[in-house]
Write a protein that binds this ligand. Structure first.
Ligand code: NDP
Length: 312
């Protein structure tokens, strides 16, 4: 067990964490960044990123994150793989415990732990996990070449995943609970212009069926209305794309959060309810959730940490 002392510990290796690291390194804070289980964050599970300024031809999510990472390293960030298992914000310096037993003693902490995919909460999702149920089309789409799949959700993620899966699968159904998509117009057009995507509006999933693997979904159309009807949709794969939950379990009871578990910050600053602890990116942003916003917030968090140390 080692004890590592730093002026600035950054938890999370996504756009917010790496950008905070770039700015904190350049401000001579000699930051230590803990990457977590999924270095690169959620962008490593996306295909093309077309809306991050500076990449006119688009860039793959994993490639973009590798560039962020290299830029943070170039300025001297100490990047370590590991999971923070507990935090002690009760006094300063703060103490973070890693899964290998190491303790990080930090004057400031920047939380950039992001968010994770949500599930519907059906027992069948657990039953068929890895047997036809997935929350990552990029990771698992390959297994469904020339087969039939469904994607649940009506936002940008669902549309993006449906279009991606349509390039591999024979048929894609998009299961949308409302009569309209919430996604941006450009994504909606892509969905409607893809011949092998069929959108099933006003449909909810009641369960899944299949001997050992998913063979179909039981859907309810117009639930609670006079025309309500149930039907079975034969599919081989069931993909969830219904939004995200912030990764804040570690901080419960230690930082103020909103009713959905997002860390509260004194916007436009990244200050949390504990002086010296800052939060940036999807972990505190239920509204915008874009890589460019997360990166910008990471920049602000590093500047806030620097100012805090100067004034301290
Ligand atoms: P969103 O919150 O935007 O959309 C979630 C979708 O899932 C909604 O259609 C919602 O339905 C549906 N949903 C939620 N819960 C359930 C449920 N229990 N049963 C059925 N459907 C459900 O999340 P996204 O992940 O799509 O996007 C998050 C953010 O990231 C957005 O700001 C989005 O614009 C952005 N994004 C941008 C991309 C890009 O620009 N390339 C790509 C991916 C994401 P309802 O509409 O009825 O509430």
């Amino acid at each position: 067990m080692a004890e590592i002392i730093t002026r600035c510990a950054i938890i999370g290796g996504g756009p917010a964490g790496y950008t905070a690291a770039i700015y904190a390194s350049r401000a001579n804070l000699a930051p230590l960044l803990i990457e977590g289980m999924q270095p690169g964050g959620q962008l490593t599970t996306t295909t093309e990123v077309e809306n991050f300024p500076g990449y006119p031809q688009g860039i793959s999510g994993p490639e973009m994150m590798e560039e962020f990472r290299l830029q943070a390293q170039r300025f001297g960030t100490d990047i370590r793989l590991g999971v923070v298992t507990s935090v002690d914000f009760s006094s300063r310096p703060f103490r973070l415990t890693l899964d290998n037993g190491d303790i990080i003693v930090a004057k400031t902490v920047i939380i950039a732990t992001g968010a994770s995919a949500r599930y519907l909460g059906l027992p069948d999702e657990q039953k068929y996990m890895g047997m036809g149920v997935s929350a990552c089309a990029t990771c698992d789409g390959f297994f469904y070449r020339n087969r039939t799949v469904a994607v649940v959700g009506g936002g940008d993620t669902a549309c993006e995943e449906a279009v991606y899966l349509a390039s591999l699968a024979k048929q894609v159904y998009l299961i949308v609970r409302k009569p309209a998509l919430r996604a941006s117009k450009v994504m909606q057009e892509r969905v409607f212009n893809t011949p092998n995507i069929k959108v099933l509006f006003n449909c909810n999933t009641a369960g899944l069926y299949g001997e050992e693997v998913v063979e179909g979904a039981r859907l309810i159309e117009r639930k609670g209305e006079a025309e309500e009807r149930s039907f079975d949709l034969p599919i081989d794969g069931f993909f969830l794309a219904i939004g995200h939950t912030p990764n804040t379990t570690l901080f419960q009871g230690k930082l103020d959060m909103d009713g959905n578990g997002y860390i509260k910050v004194e916007s436009p600053s990244t200050r949390t309810s504990v002086p010296g602890v800052f939060a940036a990116g999807d972990v505190c942003d239920p509204s915008y959730q874009q890589a460019v916003n997360a990166a910008a917030a990471g920049c602000r968090a590093a500047m806030d940490a620097d100012r805090f140390l100067i004034e301290d």
